[in-house]
Ligand binder design. Structure first.
Ligand code: NAD
Ligand code: TYD
Length: 341
């Protein structure tokens, strides 16, 4: 099978490419990535010399490029996106451009050649749950509340529209929060781990009682693999870890694993519009495709912390780089968070 993977230099995309090349040695992968602040070719050093792997630097919004790449491709697996909620609060424009327009350009390119399209999306499109609400499932009405989740919701709707209108062979997966190796250290778990490894404090938003459902990246890669190969065309599959945790719970676990005490937690002003709780039912994907998470949270977190301990070069380069610096300054000035003070 010949895959076009978009956003393959990011966190989940790079894990997915390595997973696929390892599991299916006869597959080939073209990785289309523009290398934003979040894209990093170091994530793919193990794939670099694989004859089945090719990197193309480019924008998913570039129709000509997309047309040229879908020739000879059996399927597109679409990860490319602006992915960080806090950045979408600062400036939504790149989110609309990449997540909405970029997805539409890829859909047009796929339509011209009738190419199978798998869209990687998020649970955040469903909005925010109360403490006693049932977890999200494939029938939950959309209710995105951040510019990030609104842009992902728009892209999901476009993908489904191309199925209903043009009969494009699509599938969608909506997954909960991922964690694991190569996650950019602006996201909660890698930010907390690397800050503590540097002897810094960790900025906990609001009362720390927001709930997320956590899934180890490799489990997410297996879920996408299952949907890509065995999913029913036109269908959506919800993916999650059956692992709801409050942020404070996770912060305390990380502190313990790194031999730190709670004085390292710095409570900071809450995120604007901070979604309270995400949780996901995985009934459909487990019953129809036999997928279940395999890595439990304690094991996954240990592995993740070990990875950050052993790959300090990787994250030190990022944390001292201009993209994170620019973001830190903007974030502090515009939101008046104490976080990076
Ligand atoms: P990431 O930010 O780590 O990586 C995104 C990648 O997309 C980067 O390599 C970046 O360079 C590339 N990219 C951005 N704009 C592009 C453009 N215009 N053209 C080409 N490439 C571009 O993101 P991630 O955490 O790996 O997330 C990947 C996908 O999974 C996203 O679609 C995200 O919405 C979805 N998702 C993420 C999570 C999570 O917890 N991280 C959970 C559910 C779904
Ligand atoms: P994040 O990793 O940004 O993922 P998302 O907002 O897409 O779920 O954040 C996960 C949770 O952690 C979320 O409730 C916000 C919280 N958080 C903090 O408390 N401090 C931080 O510095 C960050 C980045 C997140």
């Amino acid at each position: 099978m010949k895959l076009l993977v978009t956003g393959g230099a990011g966190f989940i995309g790079s894990n997915f490419i390595k997973y696929i090349l390892n599991k299916y040695p006869d597959y080939s992968v073209v990785n289309l990535d523009i290398l934003t602040y979040a894209g990093n070719l170091e994530n793919l050093k193990e794939a670099k010399n694989n004859p089945g792997y090719k990197f193309v630097k480019g924008d998913i919004c570039d129709r000509e490029l997309a047309d040229s790449l879908v020739k000879d491709i059996d399927a597109i697996v679409h990860f490319a996106a602006e992915s960080h909620v806090d950045r979408s609060i600062l400036d939504a424009s790149p989110f609309i451009k990449t997540n909405v327009l970029g997805t539409q350009v890829l859909l047009e390119a796929a339509r011209a050649k009738d190419v199978r399209f798998h869209h990687v999306s998020t649970d955040e499109v469903f909005g925010s749950l109360g403490p006693d609400d049932e977890p999200f499932n494939e029938n939950t009405p959309y209710g995105p509340r951040s510019p990030y989740s609104a842009s992902k919701a728009a892209s999901d709707h476009l993908v489904r529209a191309y199925f209903h209108t043009h009969n494009l062979p699509i599938t969608i997966s909506n997954c909960t929060n991922n964690y694991g190796p190569y996650q950019f250290p602006e996201k909660f778990i890698p930010l907390f781990v690397t800050n503590l490894l540097e002897g810094k404090k960790v900025p906990l938003y609001g009362d720390g009682l927001n709930v997320r459902d956590w899934l180890y990246t490799e489990d997410h890669c297996r879920a996408i693999d299952a949907v890509l190969h065995r999913g029913k065309i036109g269908e959506t599959y919800c993916v999650g870890g059956n692992c709801e945790k409050t942020n404070i719970e996770i912060a305390k676990t990380i502190l313990k694993l790194l031999d730190k005490d709670e004085s390292s937690i710095e409570p900071v002003k809450d995120r604007l519009g901070h979604d309270r709780r995400y949780a996901m039912s995985i009934k459909k994907i487990s019953e129809e495709l036999g997928w279940q998470p395999e890595v439990n949270f304690e094991e996954g977190l240990q592995k993740t912390i070990e990875w950050y301990k052993n790959n300090e070069n990787w994250w030190q380069k990022i944390k001292s780089g201009e993209y994170l610096d620019y973001y830190k300054v903007q974030y502090c000035e515009r939101n008046a968070h104490a976080r990076y003070a």
